[in-house]
Ligand binder design. Structure first.
Ligand code: DGP
Length: 113
């Protein structure tokens, strides 16, 4: 896969507003927030999109666990939040490095556009 801006963020070559980090994942605030809380949870490993994940690896569960923990630390666990994964052009993916959006802090409408 082609190198993305998120690989550079993982390597610390581009700054980010980091919320959480461990050996497998990094979470940072979205540069263009769509809600009061808008955080991206990404694997450190380069993975183009959700279709490329090895579902036996436990990585997806890990990323979701991190997202749920951040929702607690951001104070939105009780009010509720949304986890979003965009895939490909029609899915609205603009950065080709798997990421989970954590959105909350206001009521979110449905359906999405
Ligand atoms: P998506 O459309 O699902 O691929 O979401 C990509 C998100 O990444 C989008 O909401 C904006 C965010 N983003 C793009 N470039 C940067 C960056 O350099 N820093 C941060 N913090 N977020 C970025």
């Amino acid at each position: 896969m082609a190198e993305t801006i998120f690989s550079k963020i993982v390597r610390g070559e581009i700054p980010c507003d980091k919320v959480y980090e461990d050996n497998l994942s990094l979470a940072f605030r979205d540069i263009n927030p769509q809600a009061p809380v808008h955080i991206l949870i990404i694997p450190k490993k380069d993975l183009e999109d959700i279709s490329k994940i090895d579902t036996e690896s436990g990585l997806l569960e890990h990323l979701i666990r991190v997202a749920n923990q951040i929702a607690v630390s951001e104070g939105i666990a009780e009010s509720g939040y949304r986890l979003v994964v965009n895939k490909g052009a029609h899915g609205g993916q603009t950065v080709n490095h798997l990421h989970i959006h954590l959105l909350g802090g206001r009521p979110l409408t449905w359906p999405p556009g």
